[in-house]
Design a protein around this ligand. Structure first.
Ligand code: C2O
Ligand code: CU
Ligand code: CU
Length: 499
């Protein structure tokens, strides 16, 4: 990996300028008002498959699918033909058995994002590869003390993850609460983004979009454009929101309604917190309690500055398309509308306090390490400007691109480690560790005083975050990576082993 030269910067700038034209079209489409799209239908939810007698057995086929999106016919890729795939509902201690069939033209596999299950064999093993036409029997067993929460599944085959998630392959997993929260109703809201060409096929992605992390032109909730929800005043809803976009950050707000944060990624907060906005990096989930008031409200995703390559290049590049913020150019995207009217519902009663969270700051740390996430130039600038896997940037962890054969981090099972995640690049990277969630203990220079657990932790440009990880329960090898899936596919991933 070599630092950029001035000449290379200017070459990149030229690409940026030509990409700007596409960015303008993105502005229209991102609001859902673009030519050809219509929104505003009643919200639908994917089919629910729930465990019985501690087991959930299902078939999932990943294949091309023809669906309706925003009033248009679209050729996407989906699990079992639906966008998103079915919602899986299980409890701690349950076993999920999935027969995954690959009906795609490329290799694939399945990852259960956020679940604390074994990374080995036919469990949550990111090294599995299923060829086109092939199938694989997965079995995931959740421990008896698995935290409740909202999780999700998606393909994780290195080199294809961004393409396949962007194409429509994702679905929700709910691990039910031990102590139910009284609500009027619950909703699962899977947010994704998508780019279609004029014929309704998946749009081509270019190298610049892969380097920035692609953002789809329209943002969908459960595969729908700006769906409508209805409720009566005085109700309490629980929204389980998943950011299934390959690269887009979501800064969410729902004006005019009382919103409390119940959960972030895993478990639940002991006491829900009033919020006016929440930020979800790619892969993050939140559970919100929405207490309804008369009127209509919109759930919006505001633009968020996640850095740019321009910053790295001292302004040598031009054009908004080079930036990593939403392509809507600052206009918030409306994700859904909530219409509240009618006679008041019955008060669902108080929310019982959740269990206190484990605090790893009270536990001995056995090892400390630093993982640095970096971007640099890769190979020959002049060559290979077309689309394809390799781009001109190298995406590395501690100076190395992903190698599935190499062991990068070995932790002793049963111990707690402290990791400093540093980002020497000019873009944010949302860092995700499989199997073991992370407790954030320091964010930049700021100590995080209350236990804050996440499985995707955003590390801002030229900044750092300190986390602690308890290598509980499982031995085996898995991965840590950037959840801007284009960065992961380009090498920003490392292996982690517990033994
Ligand atoms: Cu949601 Cu390793 O990913
Ligand atoms: Cu994951
Ligand atoms: Cu990244």
């Amino acid at each position: 990996m070599r630092p950029l030269t001035r000449r290379q910067l200017l070459a990149l700038g030229a690409v940026g300028a030509s990409a700007t034209a596409a960015g303008v079209a993105g502005l229209w489409l991102a609001t859902g008002n673009g030519p050809g799209y219509t929104g505003g239908e009643d919200l639908t939810e994917p089919q629910v498959l729930a465990s019985r007698d501690r087991v959930l057995e299902l078939d999932l086929t990943a294949a091309p699918a023809r669906v309706r999106v925003g009033g248009r016919d679209a050729s996407v890729q989906a699990f079992n033909g639906s966008l998103p795939g079915p919602t899986l509902r299980v409890r701690a201690g349950d076993t999920i058995r999935v027969t995954l069939r690959n009906g795609l033209q490329a290799p694939t596999n399945l990852h259960v994002h956020g679940l604390h299950v074994s990374p080995q064999g036919n469990s949550d093993n990111p090294f599995v590869s299923i060829d086109p036409g092939g199938s694989f029997e997965y079995e995931f067993t959740l421990p008896e003390d698995h935290p409740p929460g909202t999780y999700w599944y998606h393909p994780h085959r290195h080199g294809h993850a961004a393409d396949q998630v962007a194409a429509g392959l994702y679905g929700a997993i709910v691990v039910e609460d031990h102590d139910p929260v009284p609500v009027t109703r619950e909703r699962v809201l899977v947010v994704s983004d998508l780019s279609l060409d004029a014929a309704g096929n998946l749009a081509e992605v270019d190298q610049m979009q892969q380097m920035m992390g692609r953002e789809g032109e329209i943002v969908l909730v459960n595969g729908q454009l700006r769906p409508q929800l209805r409720a009566a005043p005085g109700e309490r809803e629980r929204w389980r929101i998943i950011n299934a976009c390959p690269s887009r950050y979501l800064r969410l707000a729902l004006d005019g309604q009382r919103v409390r944060l119940l959960s972030r990624d895993l478990g639940r907060l002991p006491i829900p917190e009033d919020v006016t906005e929440v930020v979800l990096a790619p892969g993050n989930r939140v559970e919100l309690l929405v207490e309804t008031r008369d009127g209509s409200a919109a759930l919006t995703a505001a633009a968020l500055d996640r850095g740019s390559m321009n910053a790295m290049m001292g302004g040598a590049m031009m054009g908004g398309a080079m930036r990593g913020d939403n392509e809507s150019g600052g206009v918030p995207v409306e994700l859904l509308t909530l219409a509240v009217s009618g006679s008041a519902g019955t008060d669902p009663g108080p929310v019982p306090e959740g269990r206190p969270l484990r605090d790893l700051r009270n536990e001995p740390v056995i090892a400390a390490r630093t993982l640095n996430f970096a971007m640099g130039m890769n190979g020959n600038m002049g060559a290979g400007m077309g689309s394809g896997q390799g781009t001109m940037m190298a995406f590395t962890i501690n100076g190395r691109e992903f190698d599935p054969e190499r062991l990068d981090v070995t932790a002793a099972a049963g111990t707690v480690e402290e990791w400093t995640l540093t980002n020497s690049s000019p873009m944010d990277h949302p860092i995700h560790l499989h199997v073991w969630p992370m407790q954030i203990v320091q964010d930049g220079d700021r100590d995080v005083t209350r236990p804050k657990w996440q499985d995707v932790v955003n590390v801002p440009a030229r900044s750092q975050v300190k986390v602690r990880v308890a290598f509980d329960d499982f031995a085996g090898r898995t991965v840590i990576h950037c959840h801007i899936l284009d960065h992961e596919d380009q090498g920003m991933m490392a292996t982690v082993q517990a033994r």
